[in-house]
Ligand binder design. Sequence first.
Ligand code: BV8
Length: 228
Amino acid sequence: MKKIVILTGAGISAESGLGTFRDEGGLWAQHRIEDVATPEGFARNPDLVHDFYNARRAQARTAKPNEAHVALAKLEREFQGELILVTQNVDSLHAAAGSQHVMHMHGFLDGALCASCDARWPAPLAMNKTMKCPTCAAQTTRPDIVWFGEMPYQMDEIYHHLSEADLFAAIGTSGNVYPAAGFVQEASAFGALTVELNLEPSAVVSQFEQTIFGKASACVPEWVESLL
Ligand code: BV8
């Protein structure tokens, strides 16, 4: 096996204490997606959106990687072929666990972006709408997060990797959000073996050849050992 592509979602960070989106009492149960994770919501009420991300940034700063993150970092170190790790998550737990190359397709909680000049810089713990861009001084600072209706990052590169994958694995994602939820179809169309590791069947479970159900902190280390 020469190339493995892995997609992770909120489920891999659940045991690190970070809320998922669609589980009981998840993030979307407390907020409407339209209000806190769309450009329109940000334009309508930037304070509400900054508060939402400031709370998540504070929570994420205290979170520690769990055994699933650590196992994927070990896989990157020890796998003889090429490992591509794509995450929908905006936390930095993969990097904290030692993963060197992580593709953050939905952006970063710890990143700030200027909506006027596209400058990016490390986000302070709390952001607000009066913050000035260090490059152009405009007061249009936003979290460097891909909201609904916006194009996820590095899509061309990701599709290229999917076309070359021998194995595609989705870990801790409910398969509700596109284009990420379509990656399994893309990979299998190019002949990859596909496996879903999740607490329960995702919305696209039928498209996977193999499924492994259970908590990520237990299933992922075991799965990684089976690969090495
Ligand atoms: C785009 C940043 C186009 C925000 C996020 C109708 C049909 C199809 C598509 C659409 C549609 N209407 C609109 C769309 C497009 C839309 C979309 O897919 N909407 C969905 C809701 C229907 N997608 C977009 O808008 C995307 N952009 O399409 O652009 C375009 C084209 C051209 C030009 C311009 C634009 C952008 C999507 C990105 C949105 N941003 N994140 C933030 O994080 O605040 S998405 C958000 O959901 C998070 O990033 C999250 O990662 C992602 C997916 O959620 P999951 O990671 O899967 O998390 P979830 O809670 O859902 O599931 C957790 C899973 O873990 C569960 O299955 C659970 O069982 C499991 N689990 C729990 N505990 C554990 C566990 N597993 C293992 N162990 C455990 N312990």
